[in-house]
Write a protein that binds this ligand. Structure first.
Ligand code: ADP
Length: 490
């Protein structure tokens, strides 16, 4: 069996050529059908209509003194033979025109005409129009002694209209109009020859146009695919925004993707540097203090032990953060949601900062009016609050003030973490949620942080399907917030 990969995908060029070829073939088919199959019937229909119009003209001029002149011009204009008989005056042929070569009425006597068509046209209300083939005429109308068989024979089909009219003076006229339908056959033959050459010409033109078109459409795509390969190899690439609207759009998207890749690559490098630095600092402290405690008598104090314990805790918190982020990124993190008292959760988180409040002069307050319950994973929500409050403490101003506020309104509870620090520039606001992003590297390095805290916050709040955001003003401070739908206490 043929593997799906083995089947060659058609190129743009062959697709365009095939599509255009199909369109051309359909058009040619329509032209063939209308020009050859239906042309005869259309022509006959038009001819019969023309004959009926002529009957009206002839009727109007039967009383004219210059009848012969008028009939001559009608006969010439419509390429039609006309024979007029006065039935009241011993069936005299009072007018006869000869504009056709192969005309049947000129091969019939007045008696023949009356014999074949008078009764039929009277029965039909005075007028009858019919198409008579040459075979039919040669077989059925040959009864006269006036012509030899050779003289009588006609070679083309014709359309005749026979009309019997009684004039006001009491005279009855019978006139026959005879027109050939042969020209259509000649036209069809010409059209067929023309169509064959047009078909070949159109297929050649289609091929040419599709080559030009496909080159124009495909070349930007081919170039882009080459550039993508270079990008994959790690080369810096700028995609050319040319060609059609779609290729320009594609190039724009690829350019922005390439920018993102560059940014992520840069951030990842920075993260490795940050993480190595963050790991090395506590490790140096731990090994340094341990060696001092081992080598210098009297240094085995509880304070030194505490330094080792604190640094080990910092290490483990960093490793946990990294593990959490990787779990969120791979989607293996499962939430353990239940109804929780959010007010109590925030309160318990804020009380953990007692040490900072009493010893380092921080002013961390939690403002709320009523208790609010939400359906969420308490451990993850605590993680969100710690990350946001830690950041607020790290970045707040000299007044060391951090305010956590709870607002309950219209079935929603909003938690705001407000600081009075340096704030974040508007054009950086949307970037801070990205992994590894740090606004001010020099400043932030002095403070703790690896640039993954907010990305963990974003992941947790996103999988809780709640809204969150930040508003900030440079040198005035920032307000981070998230909002949950409230539920009833269980
Ligand atoms: P970090 O561990 O570096 O704090 P985060 O993901 O928590 O990483 O934050 C990303 C960046 O957003 C920070 O490096 C900092 O530049 C900026 N940021 C976060 N919170 C605040 C804040 N409250 N005030 C000013 N800048 C902040």
């Amino acid at each position: 069996m043929k593997n799906k990969r083995d089947i060659k995908t058609p190129s743009i060029r062959s697709r365009i050529f095939m599509s255009m070829l199909i369109v051309v073939c359909v058009m040619l088919l329509i032209i063939w059908v209308t020009q050859t199959v239906f042309l005869t019937s259309m022509y006959r229909y038009v001819k019969i209509d023309d004959m009926e119009k002529m009957v009206k003209k002839v009727n109007n001029c039967l009383n004219d003194d210059n009848l012969a002149q008028v009939l001559d011009s009608i006969s010439e204009e419509h390429e039609t033979c006309i024979t007029v008989l006065n039935l009241s005056k011993s069936n005299d042929i009072i007018y006869n025109s000869h504009s056709l070569h192969d005309c049947i009425i000129h091969k019939m006597t007045a008696e023949d005409i009356i014999k074949h068509w008078h009764t039929e046209s009277v029965r039909n209300g005075g007028s009858v129009t019919k198409i008579i083939s040459s075979d039919e005429f040669n077989d059925s109308y040959y009864s006269s002694d006036s012509f030899t068989k050779d003289e009588l024979e006609v070679h083309s089909d014709c359309v005749i209209t026979v009309n019997v009219t009684e004039l006001e003076n009491g005279d009855t006229y019978l006139y026959v109009l005879n027109s050939s339908v042969e020209p259509v056959m000649a036209t069809i033959r010409t059209l067929r020859i023309q169509l064959v050459s047009i078909s070949f010409l159109m297929i050649a033109v289609t091929g040419l146009i599709s080559v030009i078109l496909s080159k124009r459409i495909a070349s930007p795509i081919t170039n882009m695919s080459k550039d993508v390969k270079r990008l994959v190899m790690g080369e810096p690439v700028t995609f050319e925004e040319t060609g059609t609207e779609e290729t320009v759009e594609l190039a724009k998207t690829l350019n922005s993707m390439s920018e993102d890749l560059k940014r992520v690559d840069k951030m990842q490098k920075e993260l490795i540097a940050n993480i190595s630095h963050d790991l090395r600092t506590p490790l140096t402290m731990i090994s340094g203090y341990s060696e001092v405690m081992r080598d210098i008598p009297g240094e085995n104090t509880p304070e030194n032990m505490q330094v080792i314990i604190d640094e080990a805790a910092r290490l483990s918190s960093l490793v946990n953060d990294l593990l959490d982020l990787s779990k969120f990124q791979t989607g293996v993190q499962v939430l353990n949601c239940r109804v929780i008292n959010l007010t109590e959760t925030v309160k318990s988180a804020v009380t953990r900062y007692e040490h900072l409040i009493s010893h380092e002069g921080y002013n961390i307050s939690f403002l709320y009016d009523e208790e609010a319950y939400i359906f969420a994973d308490e451990i993850r929500i605590l993680q969100v609050i710690y990350n946001l409050v830690n950041n607020a403490i790290n970045y707040t101003g000299d007044d060391k003030t951090v305010t956590v506020r709870q607002i309950v309104k219209d079935g929603y509870v909003k938690i705001q973490i407000i600081d009075t620090g340096c704030g974040i520039a508007q054009d950086e606001l949307h970037l801070i949620w990205d992994r590894y992003y740090k606004v001010d590297k020099v400043h932030a390095r002095a403070k703790v942080g690896t640039g993954i805290g907010l990305s963990i916050v974003k992941s947790i709040l996103t999988i809780h399907d709640c809204s969150f955001g930040v508003s900030s003003e440079l040198d005035k401070g920032s307000t981070f917030w998230f909002e949950f739908k409230t539920v009833n206490e269980k």
